[in-house]
Design a binder for this molecule. Structure first.
Ligand code: GDP
Ligand code: GDP
Length: 447
């Protein structure tokens, strides 16, 4: 599972500055896509190829009444769900009562905690060490988030040999009352059913597993709270990643699982295909767009299920359809299904789209075929002339799957306009019959 790192600290220490610096790659993709907005609290980033989820907990001010108030906050859930905590303090301001309070809480948790002294620019190194070591969390790592200073050494600590890399092997017993989670071998297509609270995820998961032809293997296991359910349908293997905690209800004191953005993001990362559930009666709201942004960033194949389609009259249905087409323009590659998880209508058809999307996402195409498609595309519509030389695109190959990455080699590739890239993407998509998956186009120059 993708590790989660939480940024913790009182306001103004530089959390969002660090967040922005670490997630700036994500920015680029989301900024590209009209209609999608960025989530300021959750981000994806990668370091030396290791993807991770970053959470800016934002809210701990220390003005809360004691630890109980803090415990109640959103931030605490994020700390609980994180694999590592970056606890930020402000080198210029020195140690404060709020820092002490947060440190006290963190010392009690069994977490990889890194004490980060931000804003070391212009601050005195020796006094920083002395000042913040008193927090009882070791000696601080000094950084300047605003200037990008020491960020790599910091990440080296976090992901290095003694960091969360070493933790991946240990069985995590947290939260499960000492019971080590069993990790189940996922089979076939990994499907994550994703959506805001109450859109009908659990109802849909039950429907998908309750069909006559489904054989659920009795070995559902957990990675922390997320449950993996391997099964077969018409002898085709699938694994449902159940973030809604359907299978847990009843087993654990009837408790309804709390919606967790972090679990949702991890499930997206870990899946092949996302079934994104929208509530037809509420339409597309901001949180839907944030979650969809993550699906796109992760490059996952996508099927959109507009749920609760029962009991709507024709006028409402028309209105919702038009509205969805307008707002989901960035996800045009995805099939849209209008379903009722409650009554089961339309649910079987989802599998058709899931299978098609998975097959497209995993397509293998030989280089000569890719190059042929590129040559035909260029012959039909030449790339522009830049600096009085025409951009030359010579050959193409497939550099990855789920999402498919089309790598195009040529000259002056840094000058290819976005509209032309879009044209190439559409051409490859059409010729190769790819549906339901985003496609990435990347260029390699100088050849
Ligand atoms: P947050 O409330 O913890 O999210 O803090 P912000 O990221 O909003 O930063 C608070 C202020 O500190 C802003 O004015 C930043 O520009 C400033 N800041 C952040 N990092 C640095 C740094 O490395 N050096 C200096 N001098 N200022 C910084
Ligand atoms: P989750 O939080 O996304 O897992 O949502 P649930 O599956 O728990 O559903 C939330 C509520 O919506 C419950 O009261 C369900 O009975 C209801 N619901 C789910 N699917 C449908 C549907 O297709 N039609 C209608 N009318 N209600 C639904």
């Amino acid at each position: 599972m993708v590790p989660v790192i939480a940024l913790v600290g009182r306001p103004n220490v530089g959390k969002s500055t660090l967040f922005n610096r670490l997630t700036k790659s994500r920015d680029a993709i989301v900024a590209d896509v009209a209609g999608l907005t960025r989530d300021r609290q959750y981000g994806e980033a990668s370091w030396q190829g290791q993807r991770y989820i970053l959470v800016d907990t934002g809210g701990i001010s220390g003005d809360e009444q004691g630890l109980d108030m803090i415990m109640a906050g959103q931030s605490l859930q994020a700390i609980e769900e994180a694999d590592a905590v970056l606890f930020l303090v402000d080198s210029r301001a020195g140690r404060t009562a709020a820092d002490e309070l947060i440190a006290q809480h963190l010392r009690k948790r069994n977490k990889h905690t890194y004490l980060i002294a931000n804003k070391i620019d212009g601050a005195d190194q020796d006094s920083i060490q002395g000042e913040f070591s008193k927090l009882g969390l070791g000696s601080p790592i000094g950084i300047a988030a605003a200037h990008g200073r020491n960020i790599n050494p910091m990440l080296e600590m976090v992901f290095g040999e003694n960091g969360i890399g070493s933790l991946a092997q240990e069985p995590l017993a947290e939260g499960e009352e000492g019971k080590a989670p069993r990790i189940v071998e996922a089979i076939g297509t990994k499907i994550a059913v994703i959506g805001r609270p109450n859109v009908g995820k659990s109802t849909l998961v039950n429907r998908m597993l309750g069909e006559d032809r489904v054989v659920v293997f009795d070995q559902a296991g957990t990675t922390r709270d997320t449950i993996y359910i391997p099964y077969e349908r018409f002898e085709k293997p699938y694994t449902l990643i159940d973030t809604a905690g359907v299978r847990k209800r009843g087993r654990v004191s009837e408790a309804v699982e709390k919606f967790s953005v972090i679990k949702t993001l991890q499930a997206i990362e870990d899946s092949n295909v996302v079934i994104f559930v929208i509530d037809a009666r509420e339409g597309v709201v901001e949180q839907d767009l944030h979650l969809l942004g993550f699906v796109l960033d992760a490059g996952r194949a996508l099927v959109i299920a507009v749920n609760k389609w029962d009991g709507m009259d024709e006028r409402e249905k028309d209105y919702v359809k038009i509205e969805l087409q307008r707002r989901l323009i960035f996800a045009q590659f995805a099939d849209l299904h209008f379903i009722s998880a409650l009554h089961g209508s339309g649910v079987g058809l989802l599998y058709k789209s899931v299978d098609k999307a998975f097959a497209s996402a995993m397509t293998k195409v030989p280089t000569n075929r890719m190059t042929q498609i590129l040559e035909d595309a260029v012959a039909n519509h030449q790339p522009p002339v830049v600096n009085s030389r025409r951009i030359k695109l010579r050959y193409a190959h497939l550099g990855g799957s789920n999402p498919p990455i089309i790598i195009i080699h040529g000259n002056q590739v840094e000058n290819v306009p976005q509209s032309y890239t879009k044209y190439l993407e559409n051409t490859f998509r059409k010729v190769l019959g790819m549906a339901g998956t985003p496609i990435r186009v990347e260029y390699k120059g100088g050849e």
